[in-house]
Write a protein that binds this ligand. Structure first.
Ligand code: ADP
Ligand code: ZN
Length: 210
C-alpha cells in the first residue's frame, strides 16, 4: 500500500503518519525529517536546503527528489510506504508518476487556518529521531526530552510566527493544487483533523481502509 498524506503545515500529517505506519507495518517517509537530518549532518543536500527551509520556502525539486528516490529504493519501502510532505508541488507529483510509483490513496488532513497557527507555535520536534510533539496536545513525558529516544526536543526555526504565515501561503499556492490533481484520478480522501490525535487517527484509518 502506497499512501500520500497531504495537508497544511501543522495539520498533523506527520503525527498521523507515525501512528498509521505502525498499524500498517510500512515506513513513514518524511521529506521534512530527511531534510532536517541532512542539514544537521551538513551533507551536500542539507547545505543546499538550509536557507530555503529557514525561510519557510520550498526546497528546490531536484534536491528533494534526489533524497526521496534514494529512500524509496531501500528494502523496507518495497512493501509500501506513507509519504509525508512529498509531493508538495505538481511537478513533484508528475515526477512520482514518471518514476512509475503507484499511489493507492491520498489522504488530505484538513484543519482550518485559524487553528494552524496555535498548533505550530506549540509544536516541538526531537533533534535525534524527528518525532513530533506539542506542548499542549502531545507533551513529552519529561519536559524537553524525547519519549522515544531521549534526545532533546526543540522548536523548529521555521515554526516561529513570522515564518508560519509564509509557509501557509506557500502551501496554498504550490501544494493545495495537488488536491485537484489527485481528485481527478479518484484518489483523494479528506479527513477533518480533530482536537484529539487518537480521533483523527481513527478517521484516518477508516479513510485508508474504506
Ligand atoms: P511542515 O509540513 O510542517 O511544513 P515539513 O517537516 O514537512 O513541515 O517540511 C519542512 C520544510 O522542509 C518545508 O518548509 C520545506 O522547506 C522543506 N520540504 C519538505 N518537503 C519538501 C518537498 N517535498 N519539497 C520542497 N521542500 C520540502
Ligand atoms: Zn527522539
Amino acid at each position: 500500500m502506497n499512501l500520500i498524506f497531504l495537508g497544511a503545515p501543522g495539520a498533523g500529517k506527520g503525527t498521523q503518519a507515525e501512528i498509521v505506519c505502525e498499524k500498517l507495518g510500512i515506513p513513514a517517509i518524511s521529506t521534512g525529517n530527511m531534510l532536517r537530518e541532512a542539514v544537521k549532518n551538513q551533507t551536500a543536500a542539507g547545505l543546499a536546503a538550509k536557507e530555503y527551509m529557514d525561510r519557510g520556502d520550498l526546497v528546490p525539486d531536484d534536491v528533494v527528489v534526489g533524497i526521496l528516490k534514494d529512500r524509496i529504493a531501500m528494502d523496507d519501502a518495497k512493501k509500501g510506504f506513507i509519504l509525508d510532505g512529498f509531493p508538495r508541488t505538481v511537478p513533484q507529483a508528475e515526477t512520482l508518476d514518471a518514476m512509475g510509483v503507484q499511489i493507492d490513496k491520498v489522504i488530505e488532513i484538513y484543519v482550518p487556518d485559524e487553528k494552524i497557527c496555535a498548533r505550530l507555535s506549540g509544536r516541538r520536534v526531537c533533534e535525534g529521531c524527528g518525532n513530533s510533539y506539542h506542548v499542549d496536545f502531545k507533551p513529552t513525558k519529561v519536559e524537553g526530552v524525547c519519549d522515544a529516544c531521549g534526545a532533546a526536543v526543540v522548536q523548529r526555526i521555521d515554526d516561529k510566527p513570522e515564518t508560519v504565515l509564509s509557509r501557509l501561503e506557500t502551501y496554498k499556492e504550490k501544494t493545495a493544487p495537488l488536491k485537484d490533481f489527485y481528485a481527478a484520478k479518484g484518489k483523494l480522501v479528506t479527513v477533518e483533523g480533530q482536537e484529539e490525535i487518537s480521533e483523527t487517527a481513527k478517521l484516518t484509518m477508516a479513510a485508508i481502509e474504506g
